[in-house]
Design a protein around this ligand. Structure first.
Ligand code: SF4
Length: 183
């Protein structure tokens, strides 16, 4: 076991599907080895809600609303190294498929006028506590500086493992060709 202090790692899912986090969990028993070198701060794995000072921040998902912007800026502020993990964080991914459509039209169709909805009683949710939607889904690099990109939808567990062990070991992450893919 390393005598060095453990690195602090935070993870978050913005406009994503949690598939990248699920792939992260697919490192399976290697998680125990990882925990010899890192401890987790804010993450769906810990259920900690606010990010504190961290060495590495892993961001899944793009930016689709005002809360995503707020959370992403907090990650950038607190994490020495910020990683965009997966297609959604890198280029908006699947959620960005709404970018060529009118947002008001989408909301009406989904909540009020779509097939099988009761048009008399259905309404578009408008509680002031709901985060304001952005007109487009944005890649995280349009909001904050990103240090590293880990491609894939999702990246495989082996790719995440290689990437993280490089980073934790102080090396620039490098993925050999078989671990690199974009789907
Ligand atoms: Fe899900 Fe793919 Fe986006 Fe990851 S990149 S959050 S797996 S849709």
């Amino acid at each position: 076991m390393s005598a060095k202090p453990k690195l602090r790692v935070a993870t978050v899912s913005l406009a994503g599907c949690f598939g990248c986090h699920t792939s992260f969990l697919d490192i399976d028993e290697r998680f125990f080895e990882l925990l010899e070198h890192v401890e987790f701060d804010r993450s769906p794995l810990t259920d900690v809600k606010e990010v504190g000072p961290c060495d590495i921040g892993l961001v899944e998902g793009g930016v689709c609303n005002a809360e995503n912007v707020h959370v992403l800026r907090a990650f950038r502020k607190h994490c020495k190294v910020l990683v965009a993990i997966g297609a959604c964080a890198i280029n908006g991914g699947l959620p960005a498929q709404r970018n060529h459509l009118d947002l008001d039209h989408i909301l009406l169709e989904v909540y009020q006028t779509g097939y099988a909805l009761d048009r008399e009683r259905a309404f578009v949710p408008n509680d002031p506590e709901l985060p304001l939607l952005l007109d487009k889904v944005r890649p995280i690099r349009e909001i904050v500086h990103v240090d590293h990109y880990l491609c894939g939808c999702p990246p495989s567990a082996d790719a995440i493992w290689k990437f993280l062990t490089d980073l934790i070991g102080g090396a620039t992450p490098y993925l050999p060709y078989p671990l690199r893919h974009f789907d």
